[in-house]
Write a protein of this length. Structure first.
Length: 126
């Protein structure tokens, strides 16, 4: 039965695929990627919010430096959170008297600790 089903699926895909592909061909000339990129408008959320506030807007260099500091803090605290979460998860998992005691808890704790550390680092980075 499996052989029959696979033969039917192969024949159906061989018959229907050219019709579906030809139906998806665009009609007319599509604009190039450069034309599309010229129409894209990138907006910085923090800069857009600062326009509505009474404070003077920050210079672009200050914004980039602030974002770089936040990124460094997020990466650093994310790494430390991964180590601490892995250690804590392995400790809480306990000894199961098997080949790899604490491995499951360590893996879960490392991923949770990395996420929490990165979020905390982003918010604390100035």
């Amino acid at each position: 039965m499996r052989r029959f089903t696979s033969i039917v699926l192969v024949l159906a895909s061989a018959i229907l695929a050219p019709a579906l592909v030809s139906a998806q061909q665009p009609t007319g000339i599509q604009p190039g990627i450069r034309t599309s990129l010229e129409q894209v408008r990138f907006v910085d959320i923090h800069h857009a919010q600062s326009r509505h506030s009474p404070q003077s807007p920050q210079s672009p260099q200050a914004t980039v430096a602030n974002r770089a500091q936040k990124t460094k803090a997020a990466i650093g605290l994310g790494f430390l959170g991964m180590l601490a979460g892995g250690w804590l998860g392995a400790t809480l998992d306990g000894n199961c008297h098997c080949d790899d005691p604490g491995l499951g808890g360590g893996m879960i704790g490392a991923s949770v600790g990395a996420v929490v550390g990165a979020i905390l680092g982003w918010h604390l980075g100035q």
